[in-house]
Ligand binder design. Structure first.
Ligand SMILES: [Zn+2]
Length: 288
């Protein structure tokens, strides 16, 4: 059954509570295996597909995650809407640990990752000016506010390679630039999802303030990292349940035709092996 939407889980989010009729799929892709087997099941009666992006045992550093294989595997199952769950480090006093954040802009400071499916005889340049799907983000927001958790809609997210923390100078710089939160995985994921013509939204859960700002530490009395992660996991699962129950079945969104008009290589000039490799992503533009 084609999933209503796909879910990528991050730190502290390795399973979906309430998932019924669970199946596990081993999927191979031209970009290797996904970070973990794809888990499918019914959430609020709707089919969904889930991958734990760090692996089920959290064995992949953010820069080691199989970003392309994860997106490709979900695309091959028919996923055209993808909700990315991610742990955030907050750079704003009002984005507190335990809050949810649905960002609307993105800064890419990663340098070590494969960031496109394309190349090897196939050229297309997707429009990434608005990196997240406004429609899907709004649906995720509507679902998240049912949880009675504080939710922030909007904000600029910065993705860095990690795994180290930011330096004090870096944090100060990011704040001066207006960055709201940091993480280590949304780039290149957001851009690969756009290449795969998926609507993509991030549901971030704040796990801590940036460590270099002592003024922020006093705002989280009595909360350990594990208690914040557990609370956030519960909140995100409730959000996903509500989203599954209420997400419209057949949305029309420009992101699901993101390659229309931006493919620069004539079909006759694309090498057969590249056509074959990219088939799930580009077949509607290359099949006669
Ligand atoms: Zn969209």
């Amino acid at each position: 059954m084609r999933p209503s939407f796909g879910i990528l889980g991050g730190s502290g989010f390795y399973e979906i509570k309430g998932l019924k009729e669970v199946e596990t799929l081993e999927i191979s892709t031209p970009f290797g295996p996904p970070s973990a087997p794809v888990v499918t099941g019914l959430l609020s009666g709707k089919p969904v597909a889930f991958i734990s992006r760090h692996g089920n045992g959290h064995q992949f550093l953010a820069s080691e995650i199989r970003y392309r294989a994860n997106i490709y595997a979900l695309k091959s199952l028919g996923v055209d809407r993808l909700v990315s769950i991610s742990a955030f480090q907050s750079l704003r006093s009002d984005f507190e640990p335990g809050h949810l954040v649905i960002p609307d802009q993105l800064l890419d400071f990663t340098t070590t990752r494969s960031r496109t499916f394309f190349g090897e005889g196939f050229v297309a340049r997707i429009n990434a000016a608005v990196p997240f799907c406004t429609h899907l983000s709004t649906e995720v927001y509507q679902a998240s506010i049912q949880t009675e958790t504080m939710v922030h809609l909007g904000g600029t997210l910065l993705t860095v390679d990690g795994p180290r923390t930011a330096t004090i100078a870096e944090s100060d710089l990011y704040r001066a630039w207006g960055v709201s939160a940091m993480n280590t995985t949304t780039c290149p994921e957001a851009f690969l999802a756009r290449e795969a013509e998926m609507c993509y939204a991030v549901l971030g859960h704040v796990i801590r303030y940036d460590l270099q700002n002592p003024a922020h530490q006093k705002n989280t009395p009595g909360m350990t990292m594990s208690s914040i992660l557990e609370q956030n996991h519960n909140t995100v699962c409730e959000t996903l349940k509500s989203l599954a129950a209420n997400l419209p079945e057949n949305p029309e969104c420009q992101h699901q035709t993101a390659l229309s008009g931006v493919i620069q290589t004539p079909v006759k000039d694309i090498p057969p092996q590249t056509l074959s490799r990219l088939e799930p992503l580009i077949h509607k533009y290359t099949s006669q």
